[in-house]
Design a protein around this ligand. Structure first.
Ligand code: IPD
Length: 253
């Protein structure tokens, strides 16, 4: 998984240089970016399929390709933070998880701009560039830096988000909308953020990141419950000290 992610990142990083130039063009970089996204997906699918030909593959762009062993499944977001990428904002990542029998057993998230590779293996901890990472120890919510998503256009979270936003904003030290859900979760795992939540995100956005948070000693959950774990959902993550209180704060109302 790590090898595939690093190989796909090479092309995306090269194309990102081009996207910076395209900001001034009338047509803008949209077509160029979706081609870059597709190329990255192709590399990931090719490499992972070569390594495990019988596993299923679920990708953001291509949907589900059933393998001979559907209970083993790679879950891929070739470019998380597409809108950032499109606007030449240097905050985006590739995210790949391996789900086995309904449970994520390995995950990696790679930010090629900062050369930060986050990886976790169930039961073996979470790492950034081979260094063990842990969630923060912040215990008071009024000292917490919290990541989130923000509603735009016909975003379905519009109904529940304002209440959640108000309750959280009222209590915490700071809120950040960074624009790449996988990195938000990775940042909770390494203690840069104390907590994070977002309404209606997809499995490829959160599968690897939730494992990272748990392996780094934090709490991560879908607020709708874990009975349908691989559907779109509202995801929360927090360090161990804040986890329960933060979850309650979001769920009220
Ligand atoms: C998006 C990013 C963003 C989140 C959106 C996601 P994409 O993923 O993770 O932070 O707010 O909900 O869809 O589309 O760039 O892969």
């Amino acid at each position: 998984m790590v090898r595939a992610v690093v190989r796909a990142a090479r092309g995306l990083a090269r194309d990102f240089g081009e996207v910076e130039q395209l900001q001034w063009s009338v047509k803008g970089p949209a077509d160029f970016v979706s081609a870059a996204d597709r190329r990255a997906e192709q590399i990931l699918v090719q490499d992972l399929h070569r390594a495990r030909p019988d596993f299923s593959i679920l990708t953001e762009e291509g949907g589900l390709r059933e393998g001979r062993f559907p209970e083993h499944r790679f879950i891929i977001d070739p470019l998380d933070g597409t809108t950032n990428y499109l606007h030449a904002m240097p905050h985006w990542a590739i995210s790949v998880a391996l789900e086995q029998h309904g449970e994520v057993t390995a995950g990696c998230i790679y930010d090629p701009v900062r050369n930060e590779l986050f990886a976790a293996d169930k039961g073996n901890g979470a790492y950034m560039n081979d260094q063990r990472i842990r969630v923060s120890r912040t215990a008071e919510i009024d000292r917490a830096l919290v990541g989130c998503g923000l509603p735009v256009r016909d975003w379905k979270g519009r109904k529940s988000f304002p209440g959640q936003y108000e309750r959280v904003a009222d209590k915490v030290a700071g809120l950040r909308r960074m624009g790449a859900a996988s990195l938000d979760l990775a940042y909770v795992a390494c203690g840069r953020l104390d907590a994070y939540w977002e309404y209606g995100i997809k499995p490829w956005d959160y599968a690897a990141g939730m494992l990272l948070v748990r392996e780094a000693g934090g709490k991560a959950a879908r607020l709708e419950g874990d009975d349908r774990p691989w559907e779109e959902g509202t995801v929360m993550a927090a360090n161990a000290n804040l986890g329960d209180a933060f979850r309650d704060l979001l769920a009220v109302g």
